[in-house]
Design a protein around this ligand. Structure first.
Ligand SMILES: C[S@@+](CC[C@H](N)C(=O)[O-])C[C@H]1O[C@@H](n2cnc3c(N)ncnc32)[C@H](O)[C@@H]1O
Length: 708
């Protein structure tokens, strides 16, 4: 995977890939963290400008054929195992390109101003779009329709190394094209004359001419025979390619094993690894921060041992000791406080935890959301490309997102930005709005809305109809919210400033509610490193409590009888369970009329059904988690509820919370009563259990359990 591809917001991997990720050993990478992180930092916003030049490929160019053949290669050729090897080669390739750009006439940025390139680039931008925009755009771009249009797009989008970048057709015959892993393309081995027919005495030119000529009674049989032979030969060649690719794959695996052995050999030169005892760790702490090299090596060793404990652990040492050492080293290496390291470490299998901490050191891709109230994505892309912005659609899952790779202008100050054509917005922030799916004409509440990324997205989806109440507790933050609402031309938004916990008292009966809750921000550490050290246990307790209160109010603000909706989406930019699954589970228990439903998001990892001995409602698996190391986006959580009419319960009647009559419940009066009833019941259950354990006679239950 190339530098660009590595940072491109490609279609995020499904869960299966997350598992695969977790299975990948990370220890090897540790020693190279600095270099890789620096490289990634640099590349997160870059892609080789040569891509623009690739857009100049013409119809009939041999590159099309090369790419077409490349497409046939089995996946093994570009499998994950080769990532490292490929990225090294691609870097070399990228350097070559840079040199070419400096010295030659093919300066990538000059190319940007070439209208045809801009159009060709724009064409590649909208290939995956499945929205109206793409339908509209098609006509404009028809002039670029050439044979093998599919392949054209692939060429424009392909990794640089996969392409022959020579711009001169004449030269191409002589030049050895740049190939993946320096392997010779099988395409080049194909005989020029591909149809050895019975009438082989004729020269190849004639054959070709003949092929293009009209089918006549006379040549029909020969032509049919020739086609059969051609098909058979193609099949042979494909089989041969497959075979060779498999051989290549095996060779790569052997090479990788050899590299691992070499590395082990090098390590063998070092002193044997010794896991410090608790006392030694204490002494080391007193002596000041350990050498980076020591920490790196220890982390590598601990991950290795924990990955195969029985085989590799030193005699007499426990798993807990290795884990303790590893967490301590992660803390000092990445700069987290002990509390947060442990909290985050516990979320993943060991090697995946390292991937997560690593990913937090690398910035996420810069992404923008097209404001469809003002423009279309293709027009925006074209305008920005004209200004020297190198961008591409984020992925198939969004038809409004663009990823910015490089820009000669500040993205937050272009005329398009000032005119409200886009919002600078993390890709993960699109997700809750997509999940909520607000409809035109609806009445929507955004309970915690500043600075308005999601509010303005919803306004666009609702086509400026209906009404969105954009609430924000912090008055100072309503300024940026209001500014964005104006800049993006949202006319259906009412900004208000209440504590979210006052809803639905202030206002209720919404078709849809978004609660993008205040959170610890453990999903956005790459943006705000202060989270690493400024969060304590108490913070999480308080936040979780606030989130639980807010979610109940959000549920109560939904109109269960909504003709079009009746949904709530709860989201956070945190990955901790206390702020996510625990809150959702609490809401399910407290509000039996709220049911979890599918988020409708095509990717993401299911929420935890149980965590550290605590079992959640099994439906919690319908929620979705997003991780920096898996999806290359901020850590995020999304849960979607369908709110139904409340059934009359004893507890509801006692608390006066009965929506059967359509009255808005008095938020806290009811909540307290309902909570008290549940607590009371839990206490009596405990008492019953304890009496039973003591062998005492247990009295009959006096109260019916609340509906599950
Ligand atoms: C995660 S941010 C919201 C981001 C916003 N949804 C967006 O997309 O731009 C959470 C917001 O909740 C606000 N907030 C905190 N406590 C609140 C409360 N009790 N009621 C309403 N808003 C609150 C914070 O000031 C913060 O602006």
């Amino acid at each position: 995977m190339g530098r660009r591809a590595k940072n491109k917001q490609g279609d995020p991997e499904p869960l299966a890939d997350a598992n695969e990720y977790s299975a990948r050993p990370s220890a090897k990478k540790l020693g190279k963290r600095k270099a890789e992180a620096d490289d990634a930092r640099e590349s997160a916003s870059k892609r080789p400008a040569k891509k623009l030049k690739e857009a100049t490929v013409k119809k009939g160019d041999k590159k099309f054929q090369t790419k077409k053949e490349d497409k046939k290669k089995p996946k093994a050729i570009v499998g994950k195992k080769k990532k490292k090897q490929m990225s090294e080669e691609e870097e070399e390739g990228a350097e070559d390109e840079d040199e070419a750009m400096e010295g030659g006439s093919n300066d990538g940025w000059e190319d940007v101003n070439d209208e045809s390139i801009v159009k060709a680039e724009a064409r590649s931008l909208f290939r995956d779009s499945d929205d109206e925009e793409s339908i509209v755009s098609k006509g404009d771009l028809d002039e670029f329709d050439v044979d093998g249009a599919e392949e054209d797009d692939d060429i424009l989008r392909g990794s640089v190394q996969e392409l022959d970048l020579g711009s001169d057709d004449d030269e191409e015959e002589e030049q050895e094209p740049v190939r993946l892993r320096g392997k010779k393309s099988k395409q080049r081995d194909r005989p020029m004359k591909i149809i050895p027919t019975g009438s082989d005495d004729s020269d190849s030119d004639e054959d070709e001419d003949d092929e293009d000529g009209p089918i006549t009674m006379k040549n029909m049989e020969a032509r049919s025979r020739a086609m059969d032979v051609k098909a058979a030969r193609e099949a042979d060649l494909d089989a041969e390619e497959m075979r060779q690719a498999e051989v290549a794959s095996d060779e790569d695996e052997l090479a990788e094993e050899a590299m691992e052995e070499d590395a082990a050999g090098e390590e063998g030169d070092e002193e044997p690894f010794h896991l410090p005892t608790a006392e030694e760790r204490e002494e080391e702490k007193k002596a000041g921060p350990p050498q980076v090299y020591t920490v790196q090596r220890r982390m590598r060793e601990c991950v290795r041992v924990l990955g195969s404990f029985k085989k590799r652990a030193a005699e007499g040492r426990s798993r807990t000791e290795y884990v303790a050492q590893l967490m301590s080293d992660i803390g000092s290496y990445y700069g987290y406080n002990d509390f947060l390291v442990e909290k985050l470490f516990q979320l993943f299998p060991v090697s995946e935890a390292i991937e997560f901490f690593e990913a937090n050191e690398v910035p996420r891709p810069v992404t923008i959301r097209t404001n469809t109230l003002r423009t279309r994505r293709r027009d925006l892309a074209q305008g920005l490309i004209n200004r020297g912005v190198n961008l591409e659609p984020i992925g198939k899952w969004t038809n409004v997102g663009l990823q910015v790779f490089e820009s000669t202008v500040p993205i937050g100050a272009t005329p398009e930005y000032l005119a409200g054509h886009y919002m600078l917005q993390a890709a993960s922030s699109f997700l809750p709005v997509i999940a909520l799916g607000p409809q035109p004409g609806e009445r929507v509440l955004d309970m915690a809305s500043a600075p308005g990324g999601k509010t303005t997205h919803m306004a666009a989806l609702m086509q400026n109809t209906g009404v969105i109440f954009a609430n924000e507790l912090n008055k100072a933050r309503t300024k940026s919210l209001t500014a964005n609402v104006h800049r993006l031309g949202c006319k259906n938004v009412v900004v208000c400033s209440y504590d979210g916990r006052e809803f639905p008292k202030v206002m209720g009966g919404f078709d849809r509610v978004l609660l993008d809750a205040p959170c610890s921000g453990t999903g956005v550490i790459s943006k705000d490193a202060s989270v690493k050290t400024n969060k304590s246990d108490r913070d999480f307790t308080l936040l979780s409590h606030l989130q639980k209160q807010l979610i109940l109010c959000a549920i109560d603000s939904v109109q269960p009888d909504s003709k079009t909706g009746g949904y709530l989406v709860y989201s956070t930019c945190s990955v901790t369970v206390d702020e996510n699954e625990a809150v959702v589970d609490y809401a399910l228990r407290k509000r039996p009329n709220a049911k979890l439903v599918e988020t409708g998001l095509a990717f993401g990892v299911p929420g935890f059904k149980s965590y550290r001995g605590k079992n959640f409602d099994p439906r919690v698996a319908l929620t979705r988690r997003f991780y920096p190391h898996v999806h290359n986006m901020d850590g995020f959580f999304v849960a979607k509820f369908k709110v139904e009419r409340r059934a009359k319960t004893a507890a509801g009647a006692a608390g006066g919370r009965d929506a059967e009559d359509g009255a808005e419940p008095a938020a806290f009066a009811f909540d307290d009563a309902a909570d008290a009833a549940i607590i009371e019941e839990a206490k009596s259950e405990l008492k019953r259990k304890s009496m039973k354990a003591k062998g005492l006679r247990v009295p009959a239950r006096t109260k019916a359990a609340p509906a599950a």
